[in-house]
Design a binder for this molecule. Structure first.
Ligand code: FA5
Length: 348
């Protein structure tokens, strides 16, 4: 087998022929060496170590012969034959196959694009933590203790698991709620509105920020829902900010993002942290798809961060990044974005 391989490799006059010979002898599925390897199962137990050693040394010989032939083909006789070497030809990778370039995930591209557009509208990008405390996810956002949004069924609360060994009864495990410095439960943030609070606590008005990041909810996955998704949050607080500023900014954002006039509708809605509140839908796949909420920042929220609602007013919005990306690329199922099938992802 080794001498067959040596003759085949040295007879190969170009890279294609050498690759064909490599597949014949070293191919991972149907190579001749593989066939011998498969036959090892039938060898008597007593003969196995010797047969294994023999197989390894044959494999080494075949690989060395390939190496030598590769350097021959690689060194190329182009100069000798007078042919010019064309550096624009695709590379030949006899053993690995062509190397494929990776690309950025459509959600990452969407996020960068949104940041850039909002930046042009004067909004600075800021970030906030994904593990949040009760104050920033609920309390400061005017979400009282009794509000259903705090329900453990609607949030991923964190817990700390502890195992202790005790002489009489062995290992004991217990699971306790993970608590923040205020003694209240910590959770994975369920909305990026938390960043509104963190920003206002740290800065005096005027404020004009945008925040893009992951949020988590125990929603059952379907065509438009996923338990982890991204939101884009916008906040603008200043003297005399009105609802028409909100509509104007959102309309400019749509137009810049989609490069067209979009069918958008605003519906009256309710959020504890905005008053009045609206829900925003866009026309997608033959029906209205909800993409986010918005409204005028509730005076209680302004007070909770030490702002005076008599002095300043503000608007805020929070939109689902996946849904905006789906509308752009005509993606009909959000789950496709997270199955990590490269055949799907390579299309963007
Ligand atoms: C909120 O999260 C509010 N914080 C938005 C807001 C911000 C209102 C500021 C007012 C002022 P809502 O729960 O409706 O709102 O979520 C906003 C958007 O996130 C939805 O419209 C939808 O586009 C997206 N979304 C919600 N749940 C999911 C999910 N499970 N999977 C994918 N996208 C989702």
């Amino acid at each position: 087998l080794a001498s067959d391989a040596q003759s085949a490799f040295s007879a190969a006059s170009d890279a294609d022929a050498l690759e064909a010979a490599r597949v014949e002898f070293l191919g991972a599925k149907a190579g001749r060496l593989k066939a011998v390897q498969k036959g090892m199962g039938k060898v008597d137990k007593a003969d196995k170590p010797a047969a294994g050693q023999r197989l390894n040394s044959v494999k080494q010989l075949v690989e060395q012969a390939l190496e030598a032939a590769l350097s021959q083909v690689g060194s190329g006789d182009d100069e000798a034959s007078g042919e010019a070497f064309d550096i624009t030809l695709p590379g030949v990778f006899p053993r690995t196959g062509p190397l494929r370039l990776g690309r950025r995930h459509p959600i990452s591209v969407t996020i960068e694009r949104m940041k850039e557009i909002m930046g042009r509208l004067g909004f600075t990008a800021v970030e906030g933590p994904e593990i949040e405390d009760d104050w920033h996810n609920f309390e400061a956002l005017n979400i009282p203790l009794s509000h259903p949004a705090r329900d453990p069924l609607d949030n991923f609360y964190l817990s700390v698991a502890q195992s202790t060994r005790d002489d009489s009864s062995g290992v004991k495990s217990r699971c306790d709620a993970a608590l923040g410095p205020d003694g209240k439960p910590l959770l994975l943030r369920s909305q990026t509105s938390t960043v509104q609070i963190r920003t206002m606590e740290a800065t005096k008005p005027p404020v004009r920020i945008v925040s893009l990041g992951r949020v988590y909810r125990p929603d059952t996955a379907d065509a438009t829902h996923y338990p982890m998704f991204h939101q884009i949050e916008g906040l603008c607080v200043d003297h005399g900010v009105t609802m028409s500023d909100l509509k104007g900014v959102l309309e400019m954002f749509w137009r810049a993002y989609y490069g067209e006039d979009l069918e958008v509708r605003f519906r009256p809605s309710f959020f504890p942290f905005t008053e009045p509140s609206v829900e925003c839908d866009i026309w997608h796949d033959g029906k209205w798809m909800e993409i986010g909420g918005a409204g005028m920042v509730d005076p209680n929220v302004l007070r909770s961060v030490g702002y005076d609602p008599e002095e300043v007013t503000g608007f805020a919005f929070g939109l689902g990044v996946e849904r905006i990306c789906m509308r752009q690329h005509q993606i009909t199922d959000i789950r496709d974005l997270y199955t990590n099938d490269v055949r799907f992802l390579a299309q963007f």
